[in-house]
Design a protein around this ligand. Structure first.
Ligand SMILES: Cc1cc2nc3c(=O)[nH]c(=O)nc-3n(C[C@H](O)[C@H](O)[C@H](O)COP(=O)(O)O)c2cc1C
Length: 147
């Protein structure tokens, strides 16, 4: 099974989570690529069986700009998803009313493009810490049960 962890980050927090997730999966001998969506073509995701898609929330409960642009391009060509399965991790800060809502926006867009989201998205609160890393590992094990 080929996995990618594709992330969009503005200040680096989503990248830190993505990097921990990559280490976790590599330790379990999965075939994993880490992709920064700023430098990734929409078509590239199609070659993976499973994509962990990471995004942070900005504005008044919006996607960060990098994910927004990436998904807008995907919607235009509308073939991001055919045989790829997705699981989404969403960063935010619970001081905001729309806490980590980016995950919901990404999930909706993926589903509208015909993609399959195989496990509910995880909300990650605040700066990446060892507790957050443990939380994401537990969630990842739940995602992997699908296969
Ligand atoms: C200007 C600004 C607006 C933000 N808006 C939200 C928001 O509406 N909801 C939320 O949950 N988090 C919000 N956040 C928090 C970020 O999502 C959080 O800091 C996240 O860890 C950033 O991840 P990144 O470094 O990968 O971009 C906001 C942060 C900033 C600086």
């Amino acid at each position: 099974m080929k996995i990618s962890i594709a992330f969009a980050t503005l200040s680096g927090n989503t990248e830190k989570i993505a990097y921990e997730l990559e280490k976790f999966l590599l330790n379990k001998s999965y075939d994993v690529d880490l992709l920064n969506l700023e430098n990734t073509k929409v078509d590239e995701l199609k070659k993976y069986d499973l994509v962990f898609l990471g995004c942070s929330t900005y504005g008044d409960g919006d996607l960060n700009l990098i994910m927004d642009i990436f998904l807008s391009e995907a919607e235009q060509i509308c073939h991001l998803c055919e045989s790829t399965k997705f699981a989404i991790f969403s960063l935010g800060d619970s001081i905001y009313p729309n806490f980590a809502i980016a995950g919901e926006i990404v999930e909706d867009k993926i589903i509208n493009m015909g993609g399959e989201v195989i496990h509910p998205y995880i909300k990650i609160d605040g700066y990446p810490s060892s507790e957050v890393f443990e939380e994401i590992k537990k969630w990842t094990l739940e995602v992997l049960k699908f296969f």
